[in-house]
Design a binder for this molecule. Structure first.
Ligand code: CO
Length: 210
């Protein structure tokens, strides 16, 4: 059977199962969405946002891209962030990376990957900022996983640099920013970084007239 046919059949089974548990399941969900969390994760198929945090449909707003980057010129990410923060008023924004990330691994290499080069250069910049931490005797796997954690921290910091987050912190009591890393081998999320509302950032990035 072709893959996409299987997906459509699975969908029928899934929808039928939901309705058998609660006949109004979809009618209720369709009315509104009030998620309290924004998840910014990697596109990797092995890190399904809802599943790893046991979230039901309606509970988490999701944005995913290669290596979970927060890039200031990414209109897609910024639109998601603005909507989540200003309209949905999410309480938490989670940037979730994962060990063994292919994007991070590629950024440590020197292969020409076309358009992807431009995206992964953001991770090379994270490496350059922390180059001294890679000076020791690290295996390839350790290098990748160290950069995975540093990358998550950097992306959380990038969130705090946006006017969207700075404005929210100035006029509301949220959101709380988190940096997590998911273990492909044990399914466990590790908290590696945290910025509660109002955390001070490097003054050069602060907007005073929001
Ligand atoms: Co990845």
């Amino acid at each position: 059977m072709e893959s996409f046919i299987k997906l459509l059949l699975n969908n029928k089974l899934w929808a039928a199962e939901k309705v058998s548990q609660n006949p109004n399941y979809f009618q209720n969900l369709a009315k509104t969405q009030t998620p309290e969390t924004l998840w910014i994760g990697c596109s990797d198929s092995r890190v399904p946002a809802n599943e790893v945090i046991g979230a039901q449909p309606g509970e988490v707003f999701v944005h995913r891209n290669v290596a979970n980057l927060v890039v200031h010129t990414d209109i897609n990410m910024l639109s998601v962030l603005q909507f989540a923060v200003e309209e949905l008023k999410v309480k938490d924004v989670i940037v979730c990376g994962h060990y063994g990330c292919g994007g991070v691994k590629a950024s440590l290499g020197h292969k020409h990957l076309g358009i992807l080069n431009k995206w992964l250069r953001n991770i090379k910049d994270v490496y350059r900022l922390h180059e001294v931490e890679f000076a020791g005797n690290l295996t390839e796997e350790q290098r990748v996983n160290k950069l995975v954690e540093l990358n998550v921290k950097e992306q959380v910091t990038n969130l705090a640099k946006t006017s969207i987050i700075q404005k929210a912190w100035k006029y509301t009591d949220g959101p709380h920013l988190h940096g997590w890393v998911y273990g492909l081998e044990d399914g466990i999320l590790k908290q590696v970084f945290d910025m509660p509302p109002g955390t001070a950032i490097d003054p050069i990035y602060v907007y005073e007239d929001l």
